[in-house]
Design a protein. Structure first.
Ligand SMILES: [Zn+2]
Ligand SMILES: [Zn+2]
Length: 328
């Protein structure tokens, strides 16, 4: 299966400014000064292979939306602003004759209802097309009511009831196993203001865990996790763990304790203990620049080495960006 990140920014969208674009172009021109290129594809190769990520690209702006691709139906985690891009991509596939005009099924798994996780839904074009099926899954009792509220006056001009697709709301129970569109799926309650839930997806012997907006303490904390900490089982041997590491260690411990998010320190400690194969940091802090996110990733990789008695560890570690795709 493949996992595609449509939105990776936490809390609120973080647009790239004209000043940031200018700075990137200056750095790219400097790096290309002694080079000559025969065609566009050589320029593309140079950007991809030789420019630092922070110069040639950006971590992105959209709020959480992650697609798990395996099978005909869409499997989507959260409905942040990234969902709008997913919908637009689907519409483009229809134009190209690669998708049918209607009759598609979108399964959306909602962690919780903070704006950054639902604000893309009113802009999700496929939900306006008769014949499409949108199934929204979540653990909160008032699942439908929360979606209705966000589109009520005066917040949005089009009420949920006016969306023409067949939209269903399905309430799940944590600790129970479900089979949805060929995936085995379970959930776990997470510490977060208003409570959030993580999802574990399994299919064809592969496991992806989506666990965002969750606060975990680190081993430096007096309430350090015990071996029976339920998240160790939930993350156990995941091929990919998508993990809320919004803060660096200083912020998580000193200034943003109890804000409902975690740090890369907690990410590494839990992922190593649970024998995760690939850890992907997620819910990127909107106030962090591309450069600062790069430092956070570097610090995470360094901490993994320190945590492993200064020996290299086989777990892959990276940081999600809008447009990132992982083969699981
Ligand atoms: Zn969030
Ligand atoms: Zn939240």
């Amino acid at each position: 299966m493949r996992v595609y990140f449509w939105g990776t920014r936490g809390s609120l969208p973080a647009s790239i400014t004209a000043e940031t674009v200018r700075t990137k172009i200056v750095s790219a021109i400097k790096a290309a000064q002694s080079r000559s290129f025969n065609n566009d594809s050589e320029i593309e190769d140079f950007i991809r292979d030789e420019l630092p990520f922070t110069v040639g690209r950006t971590y992105g702006s959209n709020t959480p939306c992650v697609e798990i691709r395996n099978g005909e139906e869409y499997m989507i985690c959260d409905a942040g602003t990234g969902l709008r891009d997913l919908g637009n991509h689907h519409m483009k596939l229809i134009e190209q004759g690669l998708q049918r005009r209607s009759g598609s099924v979108f399964n959306i798994f909602v962690s919780h209802f903070h704006w950054d996780h639902i604000q893309g839904f009113p802009f999700f074009t496929p939900a306006y097309i008769p014949g499409n099926k949108v199934r929204i899954y979540g653990f909160h009792k008032n699942l439908k009511g929360f979606f209705e509220k966000q589109q009520n006056q005066p917040y949005f001009p089009v009420p949920l009831a006016s969306m023409s697709a067949d939209i269903q709301f399905i309430i799940l129970k944590p600790g129970k196993d479900y089979e949805i569109s060929g995936f085995e799926i379970s959930g776990i309650e997470q510490k977060h203001p208003g409570t959030s839930y993580g999802f574990r997806f399994q299919k064809d012997g592969r496991t992806v865990v989506y666990s965002t907006d969750a606060e975990h303490k680190t081993s430096y904390d007096s309430t350090a996790r015990e071996e029976n900490y339920p998240f160790l089982d939930f993350f156990r041997e995941a091929d990919l763990l998508i993990f809320d590491a919004q803060y660096d260690w200083n912020e998580a411990v000193l200034s943003k304790d109890d804000w409902g998010h975690s740090s890369y320190v907690a990410a590494v400690e839990l992922a190593v203990k649970a024998k995760v194969k690939h850890l992907c940091l997620f819910h990127n802090e909107p106030a962090y620049s591309d450069e600062r996110l790069d430092v956070l990733l570097e610090d995470t990789r360094n901490y993994l080495k320190i945590y492993n008695d200064h020996q290299p560890h086989p777990m892959k570690v990276d940081l999600a960006y809008d447009g990132y795709e992982i083969e699981v």
